[in-house]
Design a protein. Structure first.
Length: 296
């Protein structure tokens, strides 16, 4: 016999070989297992179904994308193909320790300021080490993100980089994307003026705190007016926190898929070409170059 796709023993076929009391016990065990499986299956199916963005939320995100006055991009694992802070940690020889903390923060399992402080304490970088990393490391941009940002800029959209990473690492990236440095919200590492040794980080930066990206978007709302549409795009839980006040949030999973983000996003994509296609209603033809761009 078969129940919910599972083959079930035919008790009649072997009942003559099993004593009556044992047969009842065996049948009850099968029934309980099937019941538990049925409940688990329904729960799993329901959670997966509920997790998918609704048609209305996707339409909201796409409408906001097409009509936005401001678009804020996270940087690590969104504009870049990696977490720059983890790359920097590898440069300093503490990759595993820092990556584990980053993962907890991005999945929403640790307050961001705590994670930032722990990672910087583990790295304890000097001013010279930061300079060496910035000049020597090549960071890769995700496919189509440069095209998307250029398209937004041509449409008169103000593009911001809002990151829990470090300003000194993000500024060369902003130059490549023709984004004004004033449009960067990120963290500042502090150094001893005499020795160049690590001396902490600027805790007044909104992006140094949990919920900081929501604070930044709120500032932009007040600056440009509540009637102006603001879109947030990112891969992590800290990006998801920015909606509200962001009018919509697009989750990006082209580098890593985080379940909380996939489930909470108004629209979840794995390629920035999907956004370009929505804006242009069919794409830009030969303008698009899917090759990964390297930030030297």
């Amino acid at each position: 016999a078969e129940y919910m796709g599972i083959l079930v023993p035919n008790t009649r076929a072997f009942s003559s070989h099993i004593p009556g009391s044992h047969l009842v016990t065996y049948t009850m065990k099968i029934s309980k297992k099937l019941l538990l499986f049925g409940v688990s299956f329904v729960s799993l199916y329901s959670s997966k179904t509920c997790a998918a963005p609704s048609k209305e939320s996707i339409e909201l995100a796409q409408s906001t994308l097409k009509n936005a006055s401001v678009v804020c991009f996270d940087v690590d694992s969104t504009v870049l193909t990696s977490e720059a802070i983890d790359d920097f940690a590898a440069h300093l020889g503490v990759a595993e320790q820092v990556a584990a903390i980053t993962k907890q923060a991005m999945e929403g399992n640790m307050p961001f300021q705590e994670a930032l402080e722990l990672r910087l304490q583990a790295m304890h970088p000097t001013k010279q080490q930061v300079a060496d990393f910035v000049t020597g490391e090549t960071l890769k941009m995700t496919p189509y993100v440069s095209d998307l940002i250029t398209l937004l800029q041509l449409r008169g959209v103000r593009v911001y980089l809002v990151s829990g990473g470090f300003r000194v690492i993000i500024e060369p990236l902003a130059d490549k994307l023709h984004i004004n440095k004033a449009n960067i919200y990120a963290n500042t590492i502090l150094f001893d003026e005499t020795t160049g040794e690590y001396a902490g980080f600027d805790k007044s930066e909104p992006t140094s705190k949990d919920g900081g990206k929501a604070v930044v978007v709120g500032m932009l709302k007040r600056q440009f007016g509540d009637d102006k549409k603001i879109l947030m795009i990112g891969d992590g839980a800290t990006d998801l926190q920015a909606r509200p006040p962001a009018d919509a949030f697009i989750g990006y999973g082209g580098v890593v898929v985080r379940e909380k983000v996939r489930e909470g996003a108004d629209w979840f994509v794995t390629s920035f070409k999907e956004l370009i296609d929505v804006i242009e209603e069919g794409g830009l033809g030969g303008f698009l170059q899917p090759d990964t761009i390297v930030v030297a």
